[in-house]
Design a protein around this ligand. Sequence first.
Ligand code: SF4
Length: 125
Amino acid sequence: MSRRGNELEHRALQLIFDAEGEGILQSEMWKKLGVSSREGSRLALKFEEKGIIERQKVLHNGRWTYRLQSIRQPVTLDSIRGCPCLRCDDIDKCFPGGSRSPINCRQLTEWIMANAGDADTGPST
Ligand code: SF4
């Protein structure tokens, strides 16, 4: 994919993520991006196929369009709150194959297990 294409996808996703719960109309997205309705539709379909968004058909000002809503959210600082790596003295020695490794770290595994399923709200501390 071209650099312009990547940048366009990034901007489109940011618009959808920023719209949070209520989502954004597909027609509104392509107008804000300054692209054609065909290009906007192509992007929305691609995101839907990748499972990043869901499209819901809605009637808006007498015309059918789609409301685009994010299924996934971008990683936030909240999502790593309480992670043991943030205050670990061994972080400089920790890498796959190192003297410490995230692959078999008990503290990290326990933190992940304790926070599994909190993806929407971020882990607890
Ligand atoms: S994976 Fe474990 S050892 Fe490595 S930085 Fe995180 S807490 Fe420290």
